[in-house]
Write a protein that binds this ligand. Structure first.
Ligand code: SF4
Length: 200
């Protein structure tokens, strides 16, 4: 879903991503329905790990229970979900649903899949040109900040290549890190920083 017109560079990139079968050709059992949304340029780019099955069904990023939690956090920082979805860009490290891993929930995309999809994220960054990147979860955070623990990543604004990086934990209910009182304080600090940046 995008607000751009047919023929512009972002629409062309989206069409190219939709045609992509690299992971299937490499033998990974993904669902080849890439998910992303938003216009270019946008001030904020949210980067998740990979879509889930709810997102595949609706075609919208962060559209399941984890997405509802993420948007409740963003609401706390002063963002309206509808407006945010229309004006900011949302994507993921890998654009296609990786599928289930046995009965233990969704499969985490492998390093090989992340590498296959990486050129698309690089081109999205170029076209969307966000001032603020919000990587959500460990895998997305490591794409921008390298090897770093959540305790050091969340609650701070980092700067890389002229962009502000404001990491958030993954909003999955299974995220044990989030259940610690000190983690809740770091998340609160991150959302306060995002709110301040939004109002600048
Ligand atoms: S996850 Fe990325 S590289 Fe893999 S098939 Fe989908 S769009 Fe292509």
């Amino acid at each position: 879903m995008t607000r751009t017109n047919r023929g512009d560079p972002l629409t062309e990139l989206h069409a190219e991503i939709r045609r992509c079968r690299r992971c299937l050709e490499a033998g990974f059992p993904i669902v080849p329905r890439p998910i992303f949304s938003g216009p270019a340029p946008a001030r904020i780019m949210v980067v998740g790990q990979a879509p889930g099955k709810n997102e595949v069904r609706t075609g919208r990023p962060f559209d399941g229970p984890a997405g509802r939690r993420l948007f409740s956090w963003l609401g706390w920082a002063g963002f309206d979900e509808g407006e945010f979805r229309a004006t900011e860009y949302i994507t993921a490290i890998t654009k296609c649903y990786p599928g289930k891993k046995g009965s233990r929930g969704d499969r985490v995309p492998t390093a090989a899949e992340r590498k296959l999809c990486a050129p698309f994220l690089a081109r999205e960054l170029e076209l969307v040109d966000p001032e603020i990147i919000v990587p959500v979860g460990r895998i997305a955070i490591s794409r921008f900040l390298g090897k770093i623990g959540l305790d050091d990543a969340v609650g701070e604004v980092h700067e890389r290549d002229g962009r502000l990086i404001l990491p958030l934990p993954h909003p999955s209910g299974a995220n044990l890190w989030l259940n610690r009182p000190e983690s809740k304080e770091l998340l609160k600090a991150a959302l306060e920083l995002l709110s301040e940046l939004q109002n600048q």
